[in-house]
Write a protein of this length. Structure first.
Length: 175
């Protein structure tokens, strides 16, 4: 009996760090990262020349080492790029853990990063996590008199996408 108790106690102490949360866990602190990135971009605008380059990436969920290589490349060549657009699939399964890994890697990027949701990002409770972290998945902004429109189009996972009425209003208001 004593040995069973000791084993159970030791097992409990050792296993505490091994607990894996459910893939349906969507408890994250709201961050609205897109707004932060827009602020960074605004402060860069006067220092950037025209024409400017945009780096575009997608589907980085399968190889975070490759994402790190991309971040390193952009950082080494940051004077060439105004900002980066990621068109989605930052995760494979839409889990909080995957979003955390993505955030940890891209926080090293020294150019603003604008992300929209991909179909993999919407799995499980991923759409909810995305909104809490980044904000809306449809948004637009102006940089150097150029209107940039970021639109989610993953209608199998999110039937409300693409939001054509939002797109029409956004485009008509920029004419």
């Amino acid at each position: 009996m004593f040995y069973s108790f000791v084993f159970l106690l030791l097992f409990s102490l050792v296993s505490c760090r091994q607990i894996s949360y459910s893939p349906f866990d969507n408890r994250v602190e709201p961050a609205n990262i897109i707004q932060d990135e827009l602020s960074k971009l605004s402060s860069l605008e006067s220092s950037m020349s025209y024409p400017f380059k945009i780096a575009f990436i997608s589907d980085t969920h399968n190889d975070y080492d490759e994402l790190q290589d991309f971040i390193d490349y952009i950082n080494r060549n940051s004077s060439e790029y105004a900002f980066v657009i990621h068109s989605g699939d930052v995760t494979s399964h839409g889990t909080k853990r995957e979003y955390d890994v993505f955030k940890r890697i891209v926080q090293k990027l020294n150019r603003p990063l604008f992300v929209t949701i991909g179909n993999h990002d919407a799995f499980n409770n991923g759409a909810s996590i995305f909104e809490k972290l980044f904000g809306n998945w449809n948004y637009s902004f102006t940089f150097k008199d150029v209107r940039i429109v970021v639109l989610a189009d993953i209608n199998w996972e999110l039937p409300e996408t693409p939001n054509y009425s939002w797109l029409e209003n956004t485009l008509s208001s920029s004419i």
